[in-house]
Design a protein around this ligand. Structure first.
Ligand code: ATP
Ligand code: MG
Length: 161
């Protein structure tokens, strides 16, 4: 079913704004709130992905940190990026964070709560929408998660006409 990714992002951001504010973090929305980015999706599932990724950014970024959330259309895809300036992920562990139950630094992660399933589930959901989820990170610098989802074909054709 077709939905507007921008509306979904706006409502997701509202749901975690307070959690961020409690850590004195600002969720910086860079996307154009007026734009329409049509995607064929299960809105609840895609919202779950967005909430997972933004919650990670909040959880793994210190007090006063900055989290940028952007979304745009590029060719036939919608691209969502969530960028934080948090603790980052060591290069050696980067390839493993999409595995079930994998968490960087078990002891520290345990203290922060969670199961290590968020990104594994997110990857499954994104791929079931013919999309991709990737991650760029530098330890102690921050992390950027890039999600692509195909734009709704119906709209795409209409746009070309
Ligand atoms: P859950 O999401 O199930 O509550 P979780 O957040 O630990 O638990 P994932 O979301 O799957 O699990 O993330 C896996 C691991 O990847 C995390 O434990 C953390 O070590 C690392 N990670 C994920 N996102 C970030 C981020 N933005 N910055 C730094 N590390 C991250
Ligand atoms: Mg998580």
């Amino acid at each position: 079913k077709e939905g507007n990714l921008i509306s979904l992002l706006k409502s997701a951001v509202k749901k975690v704004e307070l959690t961020a504010a409690n850590k004195d973090q600002h969720l910086n929305c860079l996307f154009n709130e007026e734009e329409r980015i049509p995607v064929d999706m299960d809105k609840d599932r895609v919202e779950q992905v967005i909430l997972n990724v933004i919650s990670n950014a909040i959880k793994y970024t210190g007090e006063g940190g900055r989290i940028d959330i952007d979304a745009l259309k590029q060719d036939r895809n919608a691209i969502i990026t969530v960028t934080d300036n948090g603790i980052g992920i060591p290069e050696a562990e980067k390839s493993r964070v999409f595995e079930r139950f994998f968490r960087v630094d078990k002891a520290r992660s345990r203290a922060m709560g969670g199961t290590g399933l968020g990104l594994a589930i997110s990857k499954q959901i994104v791929e079931s929408h013919q999309g991709t989820i990737e991650l760029e990170s530098r330890e102690h610098k921050g992390t950027k998660v890039i999600i692509t989802l195909p734009l709704s074909l119906k709209r795409g054709i209409r746009n070309i006409e």
